[in-house]
Design a protein around this ligand. Structure first.
Ligand code: GUN
Ligand code: ZN
Length: 485
């Protein structure tokens, strides 16, 4: 049986269903991280925020005799008092911090199976960014071997195979490919926490894309350690389905208030810009007083509400086919996220292979929109037209159009397309006054169309001047070009 099915797609993102021993989980999903030693918010309450699945650390349970005995005799669901799905991590994170742990991968996988984990994780080796290629490669191979061995021990438990490879796309790809040959139920992308905490979002994007390219498109992907709602939209649009959030609690302990547009220091808030049950029952000053008195729980709860709100918005955007617009808005929260967006659009040819063709309206939200998958695809299609006779390419209706054999509308960022397509997606795009990049892309594509149709004779009427106009004017099959004086 397949454990994951996809119901909606947009960009490389999707809404899916993951089937576990404790119910069906709709993805994209966030798994709140529960520390079995200190539960800031009891796991039993998490469902009310929207959590269908949580994640805890099997190694912490394994090391603590009391927790271990409870988990072994009554199971991890009883230990945490949660009857939804529970994913358990292996201690790899401790491995990355302390460089050694007191358990083998086999022991920890067997333990996860014994305590009734729904999704278990072998002891992968999180190679940090900036390690040598040699180190990353040898640790990646060890990770694949351990994941392979875990397969024999997992029984009914779903098993995650974590993609490693540091910041080497070739190794991420190879790891993902090798793991998918073995076959896992979930594919986490590992060792991105050091990138996330240093705002190295462009490299996170590269790690995601390289890993995704090595995996079947139908496989569920977890971005390990990503819990800030501001980057969910970007990660989902690149094909991540699962997230885990310790951020809701860690940020709360630090006095930080999460929103999908960035983080506030509670101390700076005069108002609470949210309507969750916490923010409608406390004033900013009251929330600060609670925090000052050592009560982080209301802030942690707000952080969880903000986290799940963003996930629901992302799902709605996927259904409507406008996830990428949300990504562009979110990535304006921080310059380094904008770097992530720019890196993401550099992978547009890959996104394009996964993006469903038919959507509603395209909104042009800035120069990065010029490189969106549907723009690339539309431009490709436009060059396939066979033109003959006289062709008018113009940016708006002009008198005497009907004497031409073809009339093409020139619309940034696409290029020239038959006027008959003006009302269809994506040419019905809402575009404000186009910028230099968008005009450039449209003219580049027009030039290509002209060069591919040497038997046709072109007249171009463009309302914007641009350096590429000179190239168009130089084409032997261009009769006339007019631009503003
Ligand atoms: N938690 C955060 N990063 C990682 C990782 O790379 N592997 C595992 N197993 N857990 C993690
Ligand atoms: Zn709130």
């Amino acid at each position: 049986m397949t454990h994951f099915e996809i119901t909606h797609k947009d960009s490389a993102g999707r809404i899916g269903r993951l089937y576990t021993g404790h119910g069906r989980i709709e993805t994209p999903a966030v798994m709140p991280v529960i520390n079995p030693n200190i539960q800031m918010i009891p796991a039993s309450e998490l469902a009310t925020f929207g959590a269908e699945i949580i994640i805890t650390n099997a190694y912490i349970i394994y090391q603590n005799p009391e927790l271990k005995s409870h988990a072994v005799t009554k199971g991890v669901h009883s230990l945490l008092d949660f009857d939804g799905a529970i994913m358990t991590d292996s201690g790899s994170y401790q491995l990355s911090v302390y460089h050694d742990i007191d358990a083998t991968s086999d022991e920890i996988v067997r333990f996860q199976q014994t305590i009734g984990s729904d999704i278990g994780v072998p002891l992968d080796i999180p190679t940090p960014p900036d390690a040598s290629h040699e180190q990353a490669e040898s640790e990646m191979r060890r990770t694949v071997r351990r994941c392979n061995e875990a397969h024999e021990l997992a029984g009914q438990m779903l098993l995650a195979g974590t993609v490693q490879g540091s910041n080497y796309p070739d190794l991420r790809y190879e790891c993902a490919h090798n793991l998918s040959m073995i076959g896992f139920d979930v594919y986490p992308i590992g060792a991105v926490v050091p990138l996330l905490v240093n705002y190295r979002f462009a490299e996170v994007v590269d790690a995601i894309v390289a890993s995704k390219k090595g995996l079947p498109p139908s496989a569920p992907v977890h971005l390990f350690g990503a819990g800030h709602p501001v980057m969910f939209a970007l990660a989902v649009a690149l094909g991540c389905d699962l997230f885990d959030s310790a951020a809701y609690a860690l940020y709360a302990r630090d006095g930080r208030y999460l929103t999908s547009e960035g983080t506030y220091h509670l101390a700076d808030l005069q108002y609470l810009p949210c309507s969750c049950p916490v923010c409608t029952s406390y004033t900013a000053d009251e929330l600060k007083d609670e925090f000052a008195g050592g009560n982080y729980i209301p802030l942690a709860k707000h952080n969880l509400y903000a986290t799940f709100t963003e996930i629901r918005l992302i799902k709605q955007c996927i259904v409507e086919g406008n996830l990428w617009e949300l990504v562009e808005r979110r990535c304006r929260a921080h310059p380094r996220l904008l770097d992530g967006l720019k890196r993401a659009v550099s992978h547009a040819d890959w996104i394009e292979t996964l993006d469903p063709v038919q959507k509603s309206t395209f909104f042009y939200c800035g120069s990065e929109s010029s490189y969106r998958a549907e723009v690339l695809r539309a431009r490709e299609r436009l060059c396939r037209f066979d033109l003959y006779g006289t062709v008018l390419v113009r940016t708006r209706t002009i008198p005497g159009e009907d004497r031409f054999d073809h009339v093409l509308n020139l619309k940034p960022p696409f290029g020239a397309y038959p006027v008959e397509l003006s009302e269809t997606y994506p040419f019905n795009a809402e575009v404000s006054e186009p910028d230099y990049d968008a005009i450039g892309e449209a003219l580049r594509n027009t030039l290509r169309l002209i060069e591919l149709n040497l038997d046709a004779s072109f007249t171009v009427v463009c309302e914007w001047d641009h350096p590429l106009i000179a190239g168009i004017r130089d084409c032997p099959n261009v009769e006339e070009v007019s631009v503003p004086a």
